[in-house]
Write a protein that binds this ligand. Sequence first.
Ligand code: TRP
Length: 431
Amino acid sequence: MGFYFVAVGSAFGLGNLWRFPFIVSVNGGGAFLFVYIFAALLVGMPLLVGEFMLGKVMGKSSTAALNIRSWRLVSRFAGALCLIVLAYYAVISSWVLHFVMQLSVRSLEFGQIDPKVILEALRQNGLLQVALVSVHLLITTLVVLKGIELGLEKWVSYIMLIFVVLLIFLLVHTLSLPSAGAALRYLFYPDFTKLGWPSLMHALGHVFFTLSLGFGTMVTFGSYLRQEELLPMAAFRVTLLDLLVSIAAGLLVFPVLLGDPNVQAGPEILFQSMPVLFQQTRHGSLFGIAFFLCAYLGALAASIGLFETIVSNQMDQLGISRTRACWRGFLVGLGLAIVPSIVSLEFRWQQWRGQDVLRTIDDILVNWLLPLSVLAFCLHIAYCLPKSSQQKEFSYEPSALTLFGHWRFALRLLVPALILIALGLQIWGCL
Ligand code: TRP
């Protein structure tokens, strides 16, 4: 259980709840979902098997895994990416935290909740933004420092259970809205004319982000796997669960988007649409607080996964103690998080190729840097691990031999080719 716990815990998070509806909405709906599901199964799953395998082979954290110079470069790059994503993630987590607090206060006052006003209040107040980011990073640091002793993992499983029940309840509600039919058509009817040049990369980038691929995290967690565990099965379960939660988030958000002209596609879609939904529900403010609280705990679990990767890499690379690595991580993370907070404030209305600053940062991280890191991981696993140890770790069952052949083909040819094609299309679209 321990393994599924950390692997699913770091896959599930704001990537599913916040980023998935946002990225589907800017790529036009159904056709994108279609491409995304293919990308998750054909590219994400084999890569997940590969990262788990690498961790299992070496039984140590990602930096110690392959002792060649090019690998050291890759894991440095992945480590830097972890830090930057931690900072960016902290900003969005702070929005969620802000919503939990605002919804709690306003429900006590029985006041009207206008999601736009709540979010604007935060995005115009740099000091508040930085304060919330600091609180979030501090909680993350303390949990990584002390959490294992306190047995916090046990609580996360209860929270996940509550969240699933909450999600099902809310789904019943949104699917009975008048715009539900249009939302289902929007989400599941593929209209391929809506896809653009960068859509393939957007789908792949989001698969990498949501499955935490290319960060070294899943390599570390692979080393927790028991010897007799079947890698393809483990990867399939994690991918499927992640996909289901993302689609559930889409089903929650899109009926509201299509039914309310005030809600716009883009990074703020989750924050704009969910409060609208809660206003139409009985005891909605309670559900609202519960939803954003669960979302925050999911964001916290993912931040812990990122932070743990950074800390264990630093301990390996620099030979420093856990405590020191934690506080260093905290300070650097905070320093980096101030940048997106201030930038998204100061250059709020600045546009770059039709996107605001926050979306530009997101785009550079997820659609340009992350694919490069994933490509490097993929090539190392496919070409630097000896075939015999790949086969040994893949599965002990003789019947899995054909599957092993397919996996090897995917990692050696299909996945690198698709990433390069997607990058090519994206560059073409920029010209
Ligand atoms: N997968 C997480 C999500 O969907 C975000 C994430 C990206 C992450 N990289 C990570 C979490 C590394 C833990 C570790 O929200």
